[in-house]
Design a protein around this ligand. Structure first.
Ligand code: 2AM
Length: 487
């Protein structure tokens, strides 16, 4: 007799914790894993004493599920997801639901939604954030795909999700096709940015101000109680305060070569495709890439010397109040990063035909996930004031916040440049901020250059958009133009 409410395939860390979380909430879960030993270990270990049903073949697994069957996949993103779906399809019936909770690319989720749809199966591609701990006790869940599947799984997914203070779950329908995984991808991109703006503060405090690790830990602890109240600030305080067996800060013995799994890169690639700026996250991805060039950096440090030869010629000062300035630089950069992230979501919604609720997306990230922060409430409030807000930078809360933070932000960037301390996220965020609010940019010259060498044409000040002109710059060119295409 089928007795399971839901089935889950893939008993790696995230899969196991989600199963235990579902079990906690009263759901009966059937599980299957390609390597049977893992199932056995799970049943006799973490799942002992639960109602979890172990199975040893996909057939046995499917037979345990109550119709309409709900199968959650927590297998490695990529080919494995398609391979498991291929095994499942002949065993499923029309109206059954397949939920991919891995870190799949949104285009794969869009494809799977339509491919399975043609077979009468309902596909959901859902982002899940929160790591091991989140999966066990309440992650942020961002489902998208076939909307008809949502009412069937809403109860269970919202039950296991994190909750905001008033009990609202950090899980809601995001949109059709790849919308759920897209939102998760942007979350991860923003996470790269959040980590980089924190890392730059650490660099300035340790390298610029010569602060000790306990001092830095207490600054981050204090910041975590204010505007920057967030998970990543809190764990940074913990990390900086952690000492090894010798009593030395543990973080000091960690090689400064950052790794990545690709979701930050995907975010930036998508931003390039859509023609939207994601400059801070791009800098965060590149900062990891640069850090990983360890051997070259060591050689360059020897050849080129580190830092600035003098104190930057008075370009900036590491003086009194500088820690407060770093706070403001971090906060302002974070605002720019989120503004860019939501602009990208809006661009993607237009491109892919999604009807996204931006204020609600900010609440999905409010608890459970890695970028959880009090600040997300301010973002929700901004979208409540204006649902089609083109950029958070145009909302009065963020406009005021940036104006207040701006002097310190500029002092930090100037001082860092003067000292030769790289602050790519702070400085690129400031460059974006300055460009975004410029009535005039030097792009008129770029257009002139394009027209000069390639007859690419240009539009004119004071004339309707879409009317294109060409100048014979040298007096020897013809009137033929190359058209005004946009890449
Ligand atoms: P395994 O334990 O048999 O390796 C994360 O790697 C999870 O994805 C694991 O549960 C792993 O199963 C599963 N996985 C990876 N590739 C798979 C595939 N091609 N088919 C089924 N499961 C797969």
């Amino acid at each position: 007799m089928p007795s399971a409410d839901i089935g889950l395939i893939g008993l790696a860390v995230m899969g196991q914790n989600l199963v235990l979380n579902m079990d906690d909430h009263g759901y009966t879960v059937a599980v299957f894993n390609r390597t049977t030993a893992r199932t056995t270990e799970f049943l006799s270990g973490p799942a002992s004493g639960t109602k979890v049903i172990g199975t040893r073949s996909v057939e046995e697994f499917v037979a345990k599920l109550r119709p309409p069957r709900k199968v959650m996949l927590m297998v490695k993103a990529g080919r494995a997801v398609d391979a498991v779906i291929e095994q499942l399809v002949p065993l499923l019936d029309e109206g059954d639901i397949v939920i991919d909770g891995g870190n799949s690319h949104f285009e794969d989720s869009a494809r799977r939604t339509s491919e399975l749809g043609e077979l009468g199966l309902l596909f959901i591609g859902t982002g899940i954030s929160g790591g091991e701990e989140g999966a066990r006790h309440g992650p942020s869940i961002m489902p998208g795909g076939e909307p008809a599947a949502w009412p069937e799984v809403q109860g269970i997914l919202q039950a296991i999700a994190a909750k905001v203070a008033d009990g609202t779950p950090c899980c809601d329908w995001v949109g059709a096709g790849g919308a759920g995984h897209y939102t998760k991808m942007v979350h991860n991109g923003i996470e790269y940015g959040d980590m980089q703006v924190i890392a730059e503060a650490y660099h300035l405090m340790s390298g610029g101000l010569g602060m000790t690790h306990p001092e830095m830990a207490s600054v981050f602890r204090r910041w975590g109680e204010g505007l920057l109240d967030s998970y990543l600030i809190d764990i940074t305080a913990d990390i900086l305060g952690h000492v090894d067996e010798q009593g030395e800060p543990t973080v000091c013995s960690i090689l400064d070569a950052a790794g990545q799994k690709g979701t930050g890169k995907w975010t930036v690639i998508s931003s390039l495709h859509l023609g939207y700026p994601m400059t801070l996250v791009a800098e965060a991805v590149y900062a990891r890439v640069v850090s990983a060039l360890v051997d070259q950096r060591l050689e360059a440090a020897g050849v080129l010397g580190q830092g600035a030869p003098t104190d930057g010629g008075g370009a900036g000062r590491f003086g009194d109040g500088f820690v407060d300035d770093i706070h403001d630089a971090l906060y302002a950069s974070k605002i720019v990063s989120y503004a860019q992230g939501f602009m990208l979501l809006e661009a993607a919604a237009t491109e892919y035909g999604w009807d996204l609720d931006y204020g609600r997306i900010a609440q999905l990230w409010r608890e459970g996930c890695i970028i959880r922060a009090a600040f997300l409430d301010d973002i929700t409030a901004a979208f409540e004031r204006r649902a089609d807000l083109p950029s958070l930078l145009l909302d009065r809360f963020f406009t005021d916040a940036l104006r207040k933070a701006e002097p310190g932000w500029r002092r930090v960037v100037a001082a860092a440049v003067g000292r030769g301390i790289p602050v790519p996220a702070y400085s690129s965020a400031l460059a974006f901020y300055d460009a975004y609010r410029s009535e005039r940019l030097p792009a008129n010259l770029v257009q002139a250059q394009r027209d000069y060498f390639g007859a690419h044409t240009y539009e004119r000040v004071g004339r309707p958009r879409g009317e294109f002109f060409h100048t014979d710059w040298t007096g020897t060119g013809g009137s033929a133009t190359s058209g005004s295409y946009q890449a």
